[in-house]
Design a protein around this ligand. Sequence first.
Ligand SMILES: O=[N+]([O-])c1ccc(O[C@@H]2O[C@H](CO)[C@@H](O[C@@H]3O[C@H](CO)[C@@H](O[C@@H]4O[C@H](CO)[C@@H](O)[C@H](O)[C@H]4O)[C@H](O)[C@H]3O)[C@H](O)[C@H]2O)cc1
Ligand SMILES: [Mg+2]
Length: 363
Amino acid sequence: GSTSVVGNIFAGRQIYANPYYASEIAAAIPSLPSSLQAKASAVAKIGTFVWLDTAAKVPTMDTYLSNIEKLNAAGTGPETIGAFVVYDLPNRDCAALASNGELTVANDGLTKYKAYIDSIAAIIKKHSSTKIALVIEPDSLGNLVTNANVAKCQEAHDDYISGVEYAIKTLNFDNVAMYLDGGHGGWLGWPANIGPAADLFASIYTAAGKPKALRGIATDVSNYNAYQLATAPSYTQSNPNFDEQRYVNALAPLLTAQGFPAHFIIDQGRSGVQPTSQLQQGDWCNVINTGFGTRPTTNTGDALVDAIVWVKPGGESDGTSDSSSPRYDAHCGYADALKPAPEAGTWFQAYFEQLLKNANPAL
Ligand SMILES: O=[N+]([O-])c1ccc(O[C@@H]2O[C@H](CO)[C@@H](O[C@@H]3O[C@H](CO)[C@@H](O[C@@H]4O[C@H](CO)[C@@H](O)[C@H](O)[C@H]4O)[C@H](O)[C@H]3O)[C@H](O)[C@H]2O)cc1
Ligand SMILES: [Mg+2]
């Protein structure tokens, strides 16, 4: 029978440890020093989000949800939920170059994007008895707040808004909890940005008819910020929202005031080492000296925060350091970016090793 999500979808449940990430790790283990091999096996058992970064990957969602149904039918341990990232907007990652996607505004991208969303909806309908958490379009709305002047973002503005509204209306099912991507404290947490960000998030929530399944906002996706810090790291400069708990506690009342009672999930997959080695807060690509962070949990100590999660699968690159690549972004060539790095989303062995070594808590 069907199942309805009430409140925090993560409470009392575990996130599916998907076979794609587990297979990347299995392939990595033989090349690891023996001291790290058991740690790697432990990571393969941790639930991370599956990135649907091409239309061709959408069918794997069907497979994984069927796997989850088998696990839940066996009835051992907490209920398992699926966790996916919707990530295929036209002109994707419009202010950067590393994670550009398959669709463009110029090439009828919005129509194709809606078909992509419809294919996800069809799969979710098939699996109405399985609970599913979705992060909606990392970096999209954030770029409309701070990079509206960048040509590719300017061109994408209307399609980002139409695409995100279409996604949250079309994926608004009883067994789903959606979280819009909210950048991070070092991005939209700046006093100059947080008001416009709240206005944009609330306007989209309202324009889409306040979808019941839209639970809130995901923060720090693919970034390295701390959840809670006692003192501000130097690279956060004068930003009062220098950790993610401060950011979400500043953002929440702005959203509630506009009729969006948002809750939050916070990516800590690569936040184990604080302060980080970032030379500046805006450095986002394959940052050196990072480690796996707090394991996924609902024990967040904050009623606004549903869960600490691992959205970005640690070990997958943020972008290539090969300056001859069409998707080369200068950020991936910075002194605080680990090099040589492969294309975004592909396996980066040395980075995975770094995360294992520096994991906090230790693996
Ligand atoms: O001292 N002051 O008073 C003061 C005032 C204002 C200041 O300006 C703020 O400075 C911030 C820090 O540079 C900027 O934040 C950066 O914005 C970038 C997008 O432009 C983000 O990049 C994305 O990161 C994603 C992963 O998170 C990648 O997946 C994605 O590919 C990638 O594109 C960085 O994270 C994010 O840290 C703000 O825009 C900017 O408004 C600064 C100082
Ligand atoms: Mg990226």
